[in-house]
Design a protein around this ligand. Structure first.
Ligand SMILES: C[S@@+](CC[C@H](N)C(=O)[O-])C[C@H]1O[C@@H](n2cnc3c(N)ncnc32)[C@H](O)[C@@H]1O
Length: 222
C-alpha cells in the first residue's frame, strides 16, 4: 500500500499535502487534539444525512485518511465501503484499523482530482469530510464524483467554515504558507455553486457544527 502513486501533475499544494499526510500526520492524526476538535462532530453530521438502514448503500469516502469515518459507517451497518486518499502512509493506517476490526473496504491511494479508479455509477453515496479545501482542481474532483455516483446518488461534503473576513485572510495566507497543503476555504454558497456547475441538484447546506458546514446534493433529477 505504501507505494507513492504517480500523479499526472504535482502542484505545490498537492506536494505539501502529500508530504504532511504521508509523514507528519499518519501516526498522530487520530490523537491530535486539533484534529479531534475539528472532526468530532463530522461523522455524526454525516450519519444524520443518511437513511437509518445503510447496509445496502455503496459508499465512497474521499480523503478518508485514517479511516475514522469508514469505521463509523461500518458500525452503523454499512457493508459496501470504499475510500481514497492521496497519502499512502495514512491509508496504511486506515487499512490496518479496518482489518483489525474485520471491516472490508476497497481502499485506494490515488488523487481524487484525477480519474477515479471506479466505473461509472459505482456508488450511492460519496462523502468528503475536510477534503474539499485541499483540492487544487475541485471542479475536476466534482466531475469525477458525478460520474461515479448512480442515478439520484448523494454527495455529502463537510468542510471548515470561516466567516468573512477570516476566510479571505486565511485564503490570502495560504498563497504563501500552506504546511498541510490546504488550498482554499470556501463559503457554503461557493461550494453549492461549484456543485451546481457540475450538474448536482436539490442542493442545500447548513452548519455542521460551530466551525464547519455541510453541503448536500443529488446527482440528478428524478
Ligand atoms: C484534513 S484531512 C481529512 C481526513 C478525513 N476525511 C477526516 O474526516 O478526518 C484531508 C485528507 O484528504 C486527503 N487528500 C487531500 N487532497 C487529496 C486528493 N487530491 N485526493 C485524495 N485525497 C486527498 C489528505 O491526504 C488527507 O488525508
Amino acid at each position: 500500500m505504501s507505494r507513492i502513486p504517480v500523479f499526472k501533475k504535482m502542484d505545490r499544494y498537492k506536494a505539501k499535502n502529500l508530504q504532511a499526510f504521508n509523514t507528519k500526520w499518519p501516526n498522530r492524526y487520530d490523537s491530535s487534539l486539533r484534529m479531534r476538535l475539528w472532526t468530532s462532530q463530522w461523522d455524526r453530521g454525516i450519519l444524520t444525512e443518511l437513511p437509518t438502514d445503510i447496509s445496502s448503500l455503496r459508499i465512497l469516502d474521499i480523503g478518508c485518511a485514517t479511516g475514522r469515518l469508514l469505521e463509523t459507517l461500518a458500525e452503523a451497518g454499512a457493508r459496501h465501503l470504499a475510500g481514497i486518499d492521496l497519502a499512502p502512509k495514512i491509508l496504511d493506517i486506515a487499512q490496518r484499523r479496518l482489518a483489525e476490526r474485520g471491516i472490508k473496504a476497497d481502499l485506494k491511494a490515488a488523487d481524487a482530482e484525477d480519474t477515479l479508479l471506479w466505473a461509472n455509477e459505482s456508488f450511492d453515496v460519496v462523502i468528503m469530510t475536510g477534503a474539499l479545501h485541499h483540492f487544487y482542481r475541485p471542479i475536476d474532483a466534482l466531475t469525477e464524483v458525478h460520474r461515479v455516483l448512480c442515478h439520484r446518488g448523494r454527495l455529502i461534503i463537510i468542510d471548515p467554515w470561516f466567516l468573512p473576513p477570516l476566510r479571505q485572510l486565511f485564503n490570502l495566507g495560504l498563497r504563501f504558507v500552506s504546511p498541510n497543503g490546504d488550498y482554499h476555504f470556501y463559503s457554503p454558497a461557493e461550494a453549492v455553486d461549484m456543485l451546481a456547475s457540475q450538474g448536482f441538484v436539490e442542493l442545500r447546506y447548513r452548519r455542521a457544527d460551530w466551525n464547519s458546514f455541510i453541503v448536500l446534493g443529488l446527482k440528478d433529477k428524478l
